[in-house]
Design a protein around this ligand. Sequence first.
Ligand SMILES: Cc1ncc(COP(=O)(O)O)c(C=O)c1O
Length: 449
Amino acid sequence: MFTATGKQTEHLVNLTESSCRQLAIFGGPMCVRGMSFDRWRKAGAMDILKIAAYAALGRITQAESGGPVSKLEEGFCRLTTTEYALTMNSGTATLHSAYFAVGVKPGDEVIVPAYTFFASAAPILQLGGTPVFCDIDEQTLTADPDDVERRITERTRAICVVHIWGNPAKMDRFVEISKRYNVALIEDASHAHGAKYQGKPVGSWGDIGCFSMQGDKPVSGGELGIAVTNNPELYDRMLILGHYGRIDSDQKANSFQSDGLCLGLKYRPHLFGVLLALGSLSRLVELNKRRKENYKILADELSGCKAVQLVESYIEAERGGFLEFILRYNPEYSGGWDHTAFAKAVKAEGVPIDIDRYSAVSGMPGRILPETDLFSKLNYSQFGGAVGLAGRCEEVKSVYDNYPAAKKVATRLLRLPAFTKVSKRYIRQCGKALRKVADIAAQCQDLRI
Ligand SMILES: Cc1ncc(COP(=O)(O)O)c(C=O)c1O
């Protein structure tokens, strides 16, 4: 009889000793051998040389458009088939600018998925608006259009859909809903660079598409973001929020006269981040090709495994970006082990796995955004200003606090890195490790790790 510490325990009732010994966590042979280092370069040698060349000339900032900034914006317009793009210093800044541009103001509600990163929703508070969370489609993890429609009120100003983990949301439905109710549609495409729905790029379906280019994002400038739109007035409104260096020269519909001054925020990107992102964008096709192939290898390896499956996409969707490979764990086929124990045992096999982070907000497994203090308990009026006017959270919550699909997946999702430049053999070994632990767990129901 074994536990993770090797001690005898009353928990181990039905454990088959020989099965248990097979698990690496109990001293058995590891499934994954060799290095897990992903050889995909986030910063290419040429990108670094370009940054060095700009620095050598003393060019370390750029307030106006033109040069690398315009090149990046043209690149994103091509990628998303949109007219206008505005580079900013983060994805959060693009979401804030988008909500501002579509007119979110104190008293307004914005519908946003209960399963996402907090930055999809938090900028709504900055404008005095109220985030109203909606449930997700359990299969794809994207916003559930029927649930979104149920939550629309006369106060709804906008809907934000998130193409989570590069998986496009059901955009034809969301466009139809936003038109019928006359509410704005924002796409948070922070994970989904290059993804498409019905052949049309994400970011181009809604009024504004927002992309983070931070850290590990598929296109990255370290800390960076970009918003795209076909609407020149919305572009101008984003400009006047945080880009005083470009207000005079870059307005598309001449919406404002401002003496070149903006509303007090500075969302200008760092020039070096823009240079990094340009290099990264030039490699996006290759990155997406590799990730799709690797995802397929993992899918094949897990084919028929009921305990661990990959998250589904809509038939009209073409994934892109990914950011991470997310797995759905079904404990009913794996001895009832909870997902944290399962992940721990798989990790011991040499797989770089963990529990999903958007359903373990602030490090608490099973916790989703609507359950956080920020979105449920905080009394915003204590902060004063426009934020203080977002005082309706409690009321909205009491009426709609129900996210069965998001809650169900919250104790089932596991995360792997988005494998890009690793060997096929390594991915297969990871798949085998998942199957091995699931099979042994199924025989060891009472084991506690
Ligand atoms: C879905 C989503 N939206 C928005 C953001 C915010 O982007 P940034 O970190 O660039 O501000 C992130 C960042 O991880 C994200 O994952």
